[in-house]
Design a protein around this ligand. Structure first.
Ligand code: ADP
Length: 379
């Protein structure tokens, strides 16, 4: 952490299904794949530690060299506005938030518990995806349903991708050499899941994902904003139960549902270029949605100094960046086509002298997790 260099990275795949494996890459070496049976998460964690200890491909002599472990946790509810060292109480809160993130929090808990069992003396830190958005004011996070549902069932806007929005907005201020706490920034995290966030003087003040991960802009397979009465209407007309309707909104909608081609924007860009009208529509819907959010957040913050693009689409698609910013000239935003010709690299892509800076900043959630972990264990 003195140089913030990545020493090794890896990925555990196909846990609990056939063909499970660990991809492991020590910086400077070719990636290796360990094909090993991984019936559940604890074995996965054990094998990952084995890879770090491996004589040929590893980098540790003993696990004692690990001074802490940082975990990404999706939902911290209203309890956590920052990262924390894991103790019994923290584990309980993550558990309490399972109903709010039923697909993610149980997996996050399994990982943390497996680590605690394997490394009982090593501090574990939890970094929450929802934490950065805890500064959103109440009038922006409440939904207009009867108030007691908020009290009884905790329904409100939470927002996600917080670690990414925090990192790229902070980094944008550094690149622009301006104080973070004086800038009005809109961050566009556009990947398979997407969210737009208004970062006013260093704080998240609104974000496009909400109670769940469906609202906001068109995503890979998620619809983005829909009128809730449309959901009720379809359930009735098509005789759908909540499980099926949820599947449609999460897995069959978005770029896939509109284009009918793919959830992967690369396929859709290609088809649109060849004249496919539904692919073009998906692209138009995505970019219009992002542009509309930028306009709304400029209003929310009373102005805008910078727009930041990140994640798979934001970092790689010059087409999307161009289409989003076209039409925002009235705010003072303009993209230079030559500077915009960039992939996966930090760069200012706005025209010289434009009032609003537009930037590409690759996200780095792992670095934020590592930094928070270091800071917490140093007290
Ligand atoms: P996740 O939300 O799963 O982390 P990513 O941030 O990896 O997703 O983003 C995945 C998306 O990025 C996909 O839609 C993919 O098509 C898109 N993407 C990746 N590379 C490119 C590219 N060169 N041009 C356009 N889109 C790209």
């Amino acid at each position: 952490m003195t140089t913030e260099e990545v020493l090794a990275k890896g990925l555990i795949e196909r846990i609990g299904i056939e063909g499970s494996r660990i991809k492991h890459e020590k910086t400077g070496d070719e990636p290796v794949i360990f094909d090993v049976p991984i019936p559940e998460h604890k074995t996965g964690v054990r094998k990952m530690l084995d890879a770090l200890l491996d004589e040929k491909h590893g980098l540790l002599k003993s696990l004692q060299e690990l001074i802490a472990v940082g975990h990404r946790v999706v939902h911290g509810g209203e309890k956590f506005a920052r990262s924390v060292i894991v103790d019994k109480e923290v584990l309980n809160v993550i558990e309490e938030c399972v109903p709010l993130a039923p697909l993610h929090n149980p997996a996050n808990l399994t990982g943390i518990k497996a680590m605690i069992e394997l490394l009982p003396e090593t501090p574990q830190v939890a970094v929450f995806d929802t934490a950065f958005h805890q500064t959103i004011p109440k009038y922006a996070y409440m939904y207009g349903v009867p108030y007691h549902y908020y009290e009884e069932h905790r329904v409100r806007r939470y927002g996600f991708h917080g670690t990414s929005h925090a990192y790229v907005s902070h980094r944008a201020a550094e690149i622009l050499q301006k104080p973070f706490n004086e800038l009005k920034i809109v961050t566009c995290h556009l990947g398979n899941g997407s969210s737009i966030t208004a970062v006013d003087c260093g704080k998240s003040v609104d974000t496009s994902l909400g109670f769940g991960t469906v609202p906001g802009v068109l995503m890979g397979t998620r619809s983005g904003e829909v009128d809730p009465t449309l959901v009720l209407y379809l359930m009735e007309k098509e005789n759908l139960d909540t499980k099926l309707m949820s599947h449609i909104l999460h897995k069959e909608s978005g770029i896939l549902g509109i284009s009918g081609i793919s959830s992967d924007l690369r396929d859709v860009e290609e088809a649109a270029e060849q004249g496919n009208q539904r692919a073009k529509l998906a692209l138009d819907m995505l970019c219009y949605g992002v542009r509309k959010h930028i306009g709304a957040y400029a209003a929310a913050m009373g102005g805008i100094d910078a727009i930041v693009f990140t994640a798979g689409i934001g970092e790689n698609s010059s087409v999307v960046r161009k289409m989003v910013v076209e039409g925002l000239e009235f705010l003072g935003a303009d993209v230079d086509p030559e500077k915009n010709n960039v992939r996966g690299k930090e760069r200012i892509i706005s025209t010289d002298g434009a009032k609003v800076s537009v930037l590409v900043v690759p996200t780095n959630e792992e670095l934020v997790i590592a930094r928070d972990t270091k800071e917490l264990i140093n007290g």
